[in-house]
Write a protein that binds this ligand. Structure first.
Ligand SMILES: [Zn+2]
Length: 310
């Protein structure tokens, strides 16, 4: 398939972190004092903890609402250029609160950028799971207050092994009762039990969830309840969540009828784009043009605000 096919395919992104979407050139614009070689070195890692370290480092350059708005603008430009028409973007609200920044001002700044873009944007506010349920509740409360202003969901990310979904049952119950969708990361670095736990908490979509492949009953449950996995192939390879590209379970999950959507997670940090993820699915996992179109249709179908491709 010609490269234009992947770019021109109308797509939506459902698993993407604003703070992980800062291209080296954008970081240079934001922090001209940092040498390009250092940025390139920081954007390479051997495992998940190395990636988190770099993610925190990149985050340290976001110090004002304008900084956040600027990186949002650059991200939305790059999404528009590859025909991503709709995006649900994770904002690490937990980290913004931890930095003692004014979350309202940051949110208003990024949402104003979104309003100027041709890409339709909704936001998922993300808490850091290893900081526990109390901090997560602060994020959920803010998300609930701004629910009508473009925030559609609450999620948790960070170190899965140090923040079981079950810890957050009150937070998830509160967010859900107040009308938010739930999009926790689960089954990325931890096994099927982590995905089961996310389902018990009422998850509407699962961030990654690739380890569901180890549990036939879990795959059946996801299929029957029509709960999609937000698959991010290059991310899983870069963080070591899967031992190699060849070992990635996307094909097995798809064959088992588990609903899946292709995403990038943190595109420049994983040296990818959404078009590239579709290309990898085609060239490395044998997805036909019809199957790719089906995955692209899924990206709209499983959006929290129902969308039609333009
Ligand atoms: Zn993620």
């Amino acid at each position: 398939m010609e490269p234009d096919f992947y770019r021109e395919l109308a797509k939506a992104e459902l698993h993407l972190h604003l703070e992980g979407s800062i291209a080296p050139a954008t970081l240079r614009e934001l922090a001209p004092q940092v040498p390009l070689e250092e940025i390139e070195r920081r954007y390479r890692y051997a495992d998940f903890s190395g990636f988190i370290e770099s993610y925190v480092w990149v985050n340290s350059f976001l110090n004002t609402p304008d900084d956040y708005a600027f990186v949002a603008r650059r991200l939305l430009e790059s999404l528009a250029a590859e025909n991503v028409q709709y995006a649900e973007i994770n904002l690490s609200a937990g980290v913004i609160l931890w930095k003692r920044m004014d979350l309202t001002r940051v949110y208003e700044a990024v949402d104003a950028e979104a309003a100027r873009s041709s890409v339709e944007v909704r936001w998922i506010l993300d808490a850091v799971r290893q900081w526990g349920p109390e901090k997560a509740m602060e994020v959920a409360r803010f998300a609930v207050e701004r629910r009508k202003d473009g925030i559609v969901a609450f999620g948790i990310g960070g170190d899965e092994s140090r923040g079981h979904c079950d810890w957050f049952s009150d937070v998830f119950a509160f967010a859900k009762a107040e009308g938010l969708k739930l999009a926790p990361h689960a089954g990325e670095t931890c096994g099927p039990e982590s995905v089961w736990s996310a389902l018990r908490q009422g998850a509407d979509r699962i961030g990654h969830g690739i380890r569901a492949v180890e549990d036939a009953e879990l795959m059946r449950e996801l299929r029957e309840r029509d709960i999609p996995l937000e698959i991010c192939i290059s991310s899983n390879v870069a963080t070591g969540a899967t031992p190699s590209l060849e070992a990635h379970p996307i094909r097995k999950l798809y064959e088992a009828g588990v609903p899946i959507v292709l995403n990038t997670d943190d595109p420049p940090m994983f040296h990818t784009t959404l078009s590239r993820e579709y290309e990898i699915a085609a060239t490395r996992f044998g997805f036909s043009r019809t199957e790719l179109s089906r995955l692209a249709a899924n990206s709209f179908r499983y959006a929290f605000v129902k969308q039609e491709p333009r």
